[in-house]
Write a protein that binds this ligand. Structure first.
Ligand code: NAD
Length: 491
């Protein structure tokens, strides 16, 4: 069989010992692979390469189309951007797939019947990483969600369910609060599900969904959700399954895919031969399926299950079924010795071809009508009394515009605010066309008056001349005649 060239990166911390264990198993299983090692991570950063990835490594990844990657250390707070996020976004890896299955009773878990897959949108949401400090007190992070982004991931989840014989897809969002961003994700889910009538569907608000996952994960099958929620719930599911050391994940794009364990670089146990290689090995098996080598993947997985059943465990898996606690390399050797065997209690994996169809989302054109602007001000005068600011802005609105409201952190404070509302130095001031009949709740029924861009620019000039410091503006649009912006709390 012709060998497939893949790129491998050991990464940081426990990465080196895990990659060694996995390669030994892959080679013993005669997986037809040729390895192209690349460097990335902390050492590369420390050598002064800010991105953490040498330029040539990008070309190697693009050429081989597949990367098996060890964990990478990301400094918290300041410092370098997460390399994992950089790779996902640069290479267009829109889907993060994390299957989680219990190994009960051999690995302790309260949920022996748990067997689910979290499919997480991987490129958008708060992970765009666009953050700004705008005033002395207020910092913002932009949550960006696109319709093509939602379509790609939701379709992928349904196609995955079909290919892997899964019965149900659950969507989780917070669209009771974020009606436009999370609302779009839910809306796309409701449309796409109509094309897969054979698959059951449901939607949960993420908070109750996460709570149910923590108490009854066996009721879920495939879960599709936005980036941040997916990040959190996939760690919850991995942990409730027994150990973060057990889970593998795939990051899938149109032309490239990256496979890695879900855990991090575990600096506390690095270099001690204590780490569990199961997560990276499960990721390597997902990679083999992706490369259309399912027989090799399933041979390795069955040997892994047999090893766990035989009570040969790394320290993190310890339970009353443990017979031998072994180190990373001895665990890999035990798997190698069991290649060709099947588990007798855990359900064996059957070789099937799980080729998935990927969809290009359709582009669509909409009509946009500008009906107002939100001007954000940095204002810290007059004891932050919103009535003083409001009266000033009423005057400055001019003939073409009217001040509709002022909010502080999203809560309406003018006109008719409450003295109890805490105000920072960051004010959102909503201007709409003067004498507009725009009724926010019934916007489709009334004639909304348009606003010219030049009118908004004139307003900004008047504000600046009045020594009012604007931070940014957001345009208020009707998109295809529908209100496409949120109301203020209490508006
Ligand atoms: P971590 O996953 O590295 O460790 C959490 C805990 O789990 C530690 O106690 C660790 O010893 C244990 N653990 C992790 N993997 C294990 C394994 N294979 N076997 C046995 N025990 C294991 O999470 P962290 O400490 O929050 O993060 C450490 C670093 O890893 C950070 O810099 C973080 O940014 C990075 N990280 C990278 C990735 C990635 O590369 N995809 C993912 C998560 C975290």
């Amino acid at each position: 069989m012709e060998k497939r060239k893949i790129t491998i990166a050991e990464g940081d911390g426990i990465g080196k010992e895990l990659m060694l264990a996995c390669r030994n198993i892959l080679e013993a299983a005669e997986a037809p692979l040729e390895y192209l090692p690349i460097r990335m991570g902390k050492e590369v950063y420390l050598e002064g390469m800010k991105s953490g990835i040498p330029a040539m490594a990008w070309d190697d990844m693009a050429r081989t189309k597949v990367l098996l990657k060890g964990p990478i250390t990301t400094p918290q707070g300041g410092g370098y951007k997460s390399l994992n996020v950089t790779i996902r976004k640069t290479m267009g890896l829109f889907a993060n797939v994390r299957p989680v299955r219990a190994f009960a009773p051999y690995v302790k878990t309260h949920f022996p019947d748990m067997d689910l897959v979290v499919i997480r949108e991987n490129e958008e949401d708060l992970y765009a990483g666009i953050e700004h400090q705008q005033t002395s007190e207020v910092v913002q992070c932009l949550k960006l969600v696109s319709r093509p982004g939602c379509e790609k991931i939701v379709r992928y989840a349904f196609e995955y369910a079909k290919a892997y014989g899964r019965k149900k897809v659950t969507c989780m969002t917070k669209d009771n609060i974020m009606k436009h961003t999370d609302g779009m994700f839910h809306d796309v889910f409701d449309q796409v599900k109509l094309e897969y009538p054979e698959i059951q569907t449901e939607h949960y608000i993420i908070d109750i969904g996460a709570a149910r996952l923590a108490t009854a994960p066996e009721r879920f099958d495939v879960i599709v959700t936005l980036n941040l929620y997916g990040d959190i719930i996939s760690d919850i599911t991995a942990e409730t399954c027994g150990s973060v050391g057990l889970g593998g994940s795939a990051n899938i794009g149109k032309d490239f895919a990256m496979f890695e364990a879900i855990h991090g670089s575990a600096p506390d146990i690095a270099g001690k031969d204590l780490a569990n290689p199961t997560g990276l090995l499960q990721a390597a098996c997902m990679m083999l399926v992706h490369l259309n080598l399912p027989e090799h993947a399933h041979r390795i997985q069955n040997a892994l299950f047999r090893t766990i059943e035989d009570g040969i465990h790394t320290a993190d898996m310890k339970s009353e079924h443990t017979k031998h606690v072994v180190g990373t390399q001895a665990f890999a050797q035990a798997i190698i010795e069991r290649l060709g065997q099947e588990p007798s209690h855990l359900v064996a994996v059957k070789p099937t071809n799980h080729a998935l169809r990927l969809f290009e989302p359709k582009r669509r054109k909409v009509t946009k009508q500008l009906v107002g602007v939100d001007v954000f001000l940095d204002w810290d005068q007059d004891d932050r009394n919103p009535d003083i600011l409001g009266r000033m802005l009423d005057e400055l609105a001019g003939d073409a515009l009217q001040l509709k409201m002022i909010t502080n952190r999203g809560v309406k404070v003018y006109p008719y605010g409450r003295p109890e509302t805490f105000c920072t130095d960051h004010w959102r001031c909503r201007f709409v066309a003067a004498d507009s009949l725009l009724d926010e709740e019934h916007v489709n029924m009334l004639e909304a008056k348009g606003v010219a861009y030049t009118t908004a620019l004139d307003l900004l000039e008047r504000l600046t001349n009045a020594q009012l410091n604007f931070i940014k503006i957001e345009n208020l649009y009707l998109i295809d005649g529908e209100r496409a912006y949120s109301l203020g709390q209490g508006e």
